[in-house]
Design a protein around this ligand. Structure first.
Ligand code: PGA
Length: 256
């Protein structure tokens, strides 16, 4: 059984003090959570405050949105996996489509980051997904296959269990237009079968594959009911602690 993982990607939003009040509201809203894992992924500046405020909350982890692949050195403006690990960060998003599109991250850069995260003991959330143009020209599988194979180059089978894959079709991100459960499940099933070709069926079966792209309380349950959808990466709708809590309840309802 793969434990569902619901992650809030705040992107470039909320100061550290806004993050603290968010957490307070969120924790009082959500109460106790047993069956799903929750990750909050704030900007770097809010990580220390959230880590210390969530120390005693077993179901909650804190993540980072990006990292550099080198351990240290002359890379002005960058943060390394070692630095994140030292803050007790557990997950790091790698290859988000905004990083790929706005900051020129290639599959090769994504792969370096994945391997460096694993070396440092961080769990990568590897984002993959096609653009609208690629979907319209029937290239979804080709794009996913390329992003997975290059992103996971030189990753060995035993490390695969540390990795979460996030399927995020670019046309669904921040647009309000989510993939339908059937569309999403199709891509998730393809991702799992490709992982199975690469690493074997047993290892592929353990990997959690999140869906991301306009997830909200209204569509979360139907998405989470799909066989190969093991959680969600949520942007816009995670910025309100009550709406993030409602999404988690819908995910729990999907387990029933
Ligand atoms: P969205 O973003 O939920 O606002 O569509 C998802 C993401 O970019 O991870």
């Amino acid at each position: 059984m793969r434990k569902k993982i619901l992650a809030a990607n705040w992107k470039m939003n909320l100061t550290h003090s806004e993050a603290e009040s968010y957490l307070e509201t969120f924790l009082s809203e959500i109460g106790q959570v047993n069956d799903v894992e929750i990750v909050i992924i704030p900007p770097f500046t809010a990580i220390p405050a959230l880590v210390s405020a969530s120390e005693k909350v077993a179901f909650l982890r804190i993540g980072a949105q990006n990292m550099h692949w080198e351990k240290n050195g002359a890379f002005t403006g960058e943060v390394s996996a070692t630095m994140l690990r030292a803050l007790y960060v557990k997950y790091v998003i790698i290859g988000h489509s905004e990083r790929r599109m706005l900051f020129g991250e290639t599959d090769e850069i994504v792969n370096r980051k994945v391997r460096s995260a694993l070396d440092a003991g961080l769990r990568p959330i590897l984002c993959v997904g096609e653009s609208l143009h690629e979907r319209d020209s029937g290239e979804v599988e080709e794009v996913l296959r390329r992003q997975l194979r290059k992103g996971l180059e030189n990753v060995v089978e035993k490390d695969l269990s540390e990795i979460v894959v996030a399927y995020e079709p670019c046309w669904a991100i921040g647009t309000g237009r989510s993939a339908t459960p059937v569309e999403a499940e199709q891509s998730h099933a393809f991702i799992r079968s490709d992982l199975s070709e690469l690493f074997g069926a047993t290892a592929a079966d353990r990997v959690r594959i999140q869906y991301g792209g306009s997830v909200k309380p209204e569509n979360a349950e139907d998405l989470m009911r799909q066989k190969n959808i093991d959680g969600a990466l949520i942007g816009g709708a995670s910025l309100d602690p009550r709406s993030f809590a409602r999404i988690i309840w819908r995910a729990e309802a999907a387990l029933a």
